[in-house]
Design a protein around this ligand. Structure first.
Ligand code: HEC
Ligand code: HEC
Ligand code: HEC
Ligand code: HEC
Length: 379
């Protein structure tokens, strides 16, 4: 008799769950009655259809597809709106007057629908930020050198430079916080994504080793550099994306840059370290840094691929992490994915884990990863 009952329970569970759904959602629901898919559909017809369709396809960009999404995740998302953990106004309003049963019915309804096929041509937008940066860099290399290794005294190398610093540096020229440089006019046409793509491209190039500098004494510069290493890294190879590497930099540029902190470049945390230095000291420090060996700061060539491998540990189709309500993201609307990832990164959407996953990434990479996932077939 026991065996017979178990058989019924199991087969009901199997009918109720799609093959994509882990049975844990049901067991977690404990003794609650099975969700009523028809009631869920009727509710969706009244309150959700305008935005999510009855087929679960977002009716406009940035509205997520719900069809075939994990039931457990849909339920968790609705609860998060109801409890105010997710803040979208329309959804808080809708979820606010739902009962627990309404939510379970709606989650079951949308989870049971066939997933939305990725729109054809979507992968046309799959642009690697590295390739984009490489194309844009053609306009820079005549001064900054092939692959960003400058051979012009006074013009900095960009190869191996830290990417967040790189973007800030461009913004400093645009805001006239730095003295107008010859390339100033061409920078104003760049979007934020362009700047990030350029930063990624140059950060990924290998800095060339430099010959002895025209002036200064590297040996005398080494002890003076001790106070700089805490921020600029051992031998000037920075490990912080917002602090520039100095290793392998052009000698003349380093001298000018240090002196500029006394006058035009307004960074208090830099100025205090260089105001006490005499001109000879500055030459010696610059000589020391210019001959240090540096290295690429990023692996931009494979960054999107490497990243999606990390994401796939939780988000690959077929993978489920029972301890978490992980959404499926393959085939999801691209604009919605971009918005969601930026919200995690900028702490506008709660999830400490997704915040950590997205924190280091600029918009160019977020857009590229989003294009990748939205172009994947949903399963
Ligand atoms: C006015 C348009 C609108 C209506 C009506 C609406 N939604 Fe949404 N829905 C959205 C938007 C936009 C988002 C993304 C909001 C965000 O960024 O948190 C969303 C997000 C969601 C999510 C989270 C999806 C995810 O991948 O995280 C769920 C679940 C959801 N809606 C279910 C519903 C249900 C069920 C109804 C009807 C009871 C409904 N929505 C009505 C626009 C709407
Ligand atoms: C006409 C020559 C020229 C061209 C073309 C040029 N630059 Fe420059 N760039 C310079 C010079 C000179 C400096 C140093 C200016 C200074 O002293 O602040 C510089 C400085 C920079 C810096 C600051 C580096 C640092 O270490 O702080 C960045 C970033 C930069 N350029 C990016 C670019 C990008 C991106 C392009 C192409 C879109 C470009 N430049 C094109 C000459 C050029
Ligand atoms: C407290 C951290 C810190 C210390 C210590 C420090 N720096 Fe810096 N340095 C920075 C930061 C951050 C920037 C970027 C500031 C900006 O955006 O202009 C910078 C910028 C520079 C630049 C400009 C690089 C470029 O590519 O334009 C030079 C050169 C430099 N520092 C040299 C030094 C030297 C030499 C010392 C030691 C005498 C030193 N710094 C000590 C944090 C530090
Ligand atoms: C350790 C598991 C894990 C990893 C690794 C992970 N995620 Fe997530 N992801 C989650 C969980 C859990 C949620 C749901 C969080 C919530 O409730 O807001 C989520 C939510 C999301 C969402 C929101 C989807 C929606 O429908 O609203 C997106 C987009 C996303 N992740 C993309 C990524 C990307 C891109 C990466 C790699 C950079 C990544 N995730 C890495 C577990 C993970």
């Amino acid at each position: 008799m026991k065996r017979f009952l178990l058989g019924i329970v199991l087969s009901v569970a199997l009918i109720g769950c799609t093959d994509r759904e882990q049975p844990t959602a049901r067991t977690a629901a404990g003794k609650q009655a099975a969700a009523d898919v028809r009631a869920g559909k009727a509710f969706a017809e009244r309150e959700c259809k305008g935005c999510h369709g009855l087929n679960g396809a977002g009716t406009a960009p940035a509205i997520p597809h719900l069809a075939g999404q994990r039931e457990r995740y849909l339920l968790a998302a609705l609860q998060a709106y109801k409890e105010g953990k997710r803040t979208h106004a329309a959804l808080r309003e809708v979820a606010g007057h739902m009962t627990e049963t309404d939510m379970r019915n709606l989650a079951a309804y949308y989870a049971g629908l066939p997933p939305i096929a990725a729109a054809p041509g979507k992968d046309a937008q799959l642009v690697s930020p590295y390739e984009k940066g490489k194309a844009l860099a053609a306009a820079c290399v005549k001064c900054h050198g092939e692959d960003g290794n400058s051979r012009n005294p006074g013009t900095p190398s960009l190869a191996g430079q830290q990417p967040r610093y790189f973007v800030v540096a461009i913004q400093e020229y645009l805001n006239a916080e730095r003295k107008k440089a010859p390339m100033h006019s061409m920078l104003s046409g760049l979007s934020k994504q362009d700047m990030e793509s350029l930063a990624l491209y140059f950060a990924s190039q290998t800095p060339a080793q430099r010959a002895a500098p025209p002036a200064g004494d590297p040996v005398a510069g080494e002890p003076l550099s001790a106070v700089c290493g805490g921020c600029h890294g051992p031998n000037g190879v920075s490990t912080d994306t917002a602090t520039p590497s100095l290793a392998g930099q052009d000698f003349r540029y380093l001298v000018d840059a240090v002196k500029a902190y006394r006058t035009t470049r307004k960074r208090e945390n830099m100025r205090i370290y260089v105001t006490g230095l005499g001109d000879k000291d500055i030459e010696n420090i610059a000589a020391f840094y210019s001959v240090q060996k540096s290295r690429a700061a990023e692996k931009g060539q494979t960054i999107v691929q490497d990243l999606t491998e990390k994401c796939n540990r939780c988000h690959a189709p077929g993978v489920d992490v029972p301890a978490m309500a992980v959404p499926k993201i393959n085939g999801q609307d691209r604009d919605y994915l971009i918005m969601a990832l930026r919200a995690y990164r900028d702490d506008r959407r709660e999830s400490s884990m997704m915040h950590k996953m997205t924190l280091p990434y600029g918009d160019a990479i977020i857009e590229s990863v989003s294009s990748f996932y939205s172009s994947q077939p949903a399963k």
